[in-house]
Design a binder for this molecule. Sequence first.
Ligand code: ATP
Ligand code: MG
Length: 132
Amino acid sequence: EQRAFVMIKPDGVRRGLIGEIVRRFECKGLRVIRAELMQVSRETAQIHYGHLSAKPFFDELVEYITSGPVFAMIVEGCEAVANSRSLIGPTNPQDAPPGTIRGDYGLDVSENVIHGSDSADNAAKEIQLFFK
Ligand code: ATP
Ligand code: MG
């Protein structure tokens, strides 16, 4: 058993994809044990994406993630981090195969619908940051 932090980004919320995405996690066998529609502050966005602060797209990324409410979730189950990432698919929706969330619902890397923790350590940090 493991926990992952998963967040439907503002484009996914705006497009009405919360129900469809939650359904995919539940069908897979992962449990949503906590969830909240929330506005991410600029401060939280800058901490969450701190490892990307030197990238040319960093300011655009902070604008994007704060552009409207996100649907933040704690997902629990067997290998929750790896299993969430396989449901989500590669970072760039253009490389994400059909059947993955980004492959089915995204077009461009700058608006890729959903976030999932990339390690158990980062999952714990992200859960603390968003649900403290
Ligand atoms: P996430 O952390 O959101 O689950 P990821 O782990 O697949 O995505 P990261 O490398 O951590 O990918 O990048 C974090 C986010 O930064 C991406 O999901 C995307 O929103 C944004 N991003 C990454 N690369 C680019 C890019 N070249 N141009 C614009 N935005 C980008
Ligand atoms: Mg990442």
